[in-house]
Design a protein around this ligand. Structure first.
Ligand code: ZN
Length: 218
């Protein structure tokens, strides 16, 4: 059975959700680099301390350091036994090439590199769907859990608003950054013959079912 995955896709493509469903069902370790960095920092390890120096200054942790942490994790007995889903990494070509080099060095391999594809209109709708209540903080999603009365909180009757992170402008920016940074990663995996494409456009459980069927997971 396929055990090790790299998941690629735009913000809003649903790769994190599919990663969660996959790991819950088949037991792989779900690895997102943000979580990994925070855990390493909390552990107080030398590499974690090194990463923390960048993080406290609000700087990006250098790719070499992230890839070292990552390959240490992938080579750990737990992850070797259970497999992994790498969610949202590599984001840039440099990261992809560094990761490949380290995986080769450690004799680790990725069974499947999957790109979740969702058209731009749907991505934008998903990324801008969230509304928060000014009074109680309840989260409503205009696609999945729209309020019964427009712009009014179902729980308390307070007014709903859109966070600045969720506006159309921010969403367009995020997609632009993704295309610029990760476009070359997709081309690179494609040219090496590793890339598989699958839809991310369905509802999450339907999408997961398609995923399992496509890749022979039962
Ligand atoms: Zn409310």
């Amino acid at each position: 059975m396929l055990k090790t995955f790299v998941f690629l896709g735009a913000p809003g493509a649903g790769k994190g959700t599919i990663a969660e469903l996959l790991c819950a069902k088949y037991g792989q370790v779900h690895i997102a680099t943000g979580d990994l960095l925070r855990a390493e920092k909390a552990s107080g390890s030398p590499l974690g301390q090194q990463a923390s120096e960048y993080m406290v200054k609000g700087l990006l942790v250098p790719d070499e350091l992230v890839v070292t942490l990552l390959t240490n994790k992938l080579a750990s007995p737990e992850v070797k036994a259970r497999g992994f889903v790498l969610d949202g990494f590599p984001r840039t070509l440099n990261q992809a090439q560094l990761l490949q080099r380290e995986l080769d060095k450690d004799g680790l391999k990725v069974d499947l590199v999957v790109l979740f594809e969702v058209d731009r209109d749907l991505l934008l709708r998903r990324l801008t769907a969230r509304r928060l209540c000014k009074v109680c903080g309840a989260i409503h999603n205009m696609m999945f859990t729209p309020p019964k009365v427009e712009n009014v909180c179902d729980s308390c009757g307070g007014a709903l608003y859109q966070r600045s992170d969720d506006t159309l402008e921010t969403a367009i920016n995020r997609l632009g950054v993704y295309e610029q940074e990760t476009g070359p990663v997709i081309n690179w995996y494609e040219q090496s013959g590793q890339l598989r494409r699958i839809t991310g456009a369905l509802e999450k459980h339907a999408n997961f079912a398609v995923f399992c069927q496509e890749y022979g997971l039962e």
